[in-house]
Design a protein around this ligand. Structure first.
Ligand SMILES: Cc1cc2nc3c(=O)[nH]c(=O)nc-3n(C[C@H](O)[C@H](O)[C@H](O)COP(=O)(O)OP(=O)(O)OC[C@H]3O[C@@H](n4cnc5c(N)ncnc54)[C@H](O)[C@@H]3O)c2cc1C
Length: 238
């Protein structure tokens, strides 16, 4: 399944699922952005929402770039949701978790399957990683983790020892207590929605189709109630 690739002697097994796949997230973002503009959406950069008010069934987002008013508002601002959600009566329990990733120079395409910890984009760069660190909003990198990630990748595929790393970075995941998505509408402020999750790239289709229909048409897809944050309202054991 991986022609022209030597697999390291220490690799004793692997898993395969025909449904596995991966996308280049930068290309996905550009495609979503293009579709959004085609449908008449407007994108405003550098517009931090500092307050949300609700009057006469309309929401006003007060931003550093002016105010925007609409009958519905969707909070999809990653960790920014923690500050914005209480303004519209939503409770969204999320926490940060750091992941570190290494990127190599672009090389001839060889890895046509997404492998846990090693993936190659269509542009040729390889991505190694990642870590799962509960250390708050620190998005730095550490030598001890990046060297472990690189060593593991070379253990899998010894040919990678001669490939140059071009950058490494740390980034903070948005995690709910059970790591699954939260899709909710405010009970006190109908028309205010939240959509957040880890794996937002994997869930892009669910967000672009199912969640978008739910928000725009008000038709809740079957079993969507499962994703309400109310699932975390379990009384503490005595
Ligand atoms: C190391 C790592 C590896 C990952 N690997 C995968 C993977 O393999 N597959 C996968 O599907 N997902 C993966 N993810 C998760 C994925 O990146 C996220 O699920 C996705 O980015 C979440 O998208 P989002 O738009 O909800 O939030 P974000 O990407 O966090 O975007 C939120 C945006 O809101 C803006 N914002 C915040 N507050 C405000 C405010 N007050 N006003 C205006 N704007 C605001 C922020 O600036 C930001 O641009 C990974 C994440 C990490 C860190």
């Amino acid at each position: 399944m991986l022609p022209n690739i030597r697999i390291g002697n220490e690799v004793v097994g692997a898993s395969f699922c025909p449904d596995d796949g991966h996308v280049n997230p930068l290309r996905l973002l550009r495609a979503l952005h293009r579709g959004f503009l085609r449908l008449g959406g407007q994108y405003r950069s550098c517009c931090e929402v500092v307050n949300i008010s609700h009057e006469y069934h309309r929401f006003t987002a007060e931003t550093s770039g002016g105010n925007f008013t609409a009958p519905k508002i969707v909070l999809a601002a990653g960790h920014g949701i923690s500050t914005l959600a209480p303004m519209v009566g939503l409770r969204v329990p999320i926490r940060p978790q750091r992941g570190q990733v290494l990127i190599t120079e672009r090389i001839e395409a060889r890895l046509n399957l997404p492998i846990t910890d090693v993936r190659q984009t269509d542009e040729g760069g390889l991505q190694f990683g990642t870590t799962e660190e509960d250390i708050g909003f620190n998005d730095g990198t550490t030598l001890i983790d990046t060297s472990r990630i690189a060593r593991r990748a070379v253990q899998f595929f010894p040919q990678l020892a001669s490939v140059r790393l071009v950058r490494n970075w740390g980034c903070v995941r948005v995690l709910t207590p059970d790591k699954c998505a939260i899709y909710d509408e405010s009970e006190s402020h109908p028309g205010a929605f939240v959509a957040t999750s880890h794996s937002g790239v994997t869930l892009a289709a669910a967000n672009a189709y199912r969640a978008a229909e739910w928000i725009a048409d008000g038709v809740t897809p079957p079993d969507f109630g499962t994703f309400s944050a109310r699932r975390f309202d379990v009384p503490a054991a005595a």
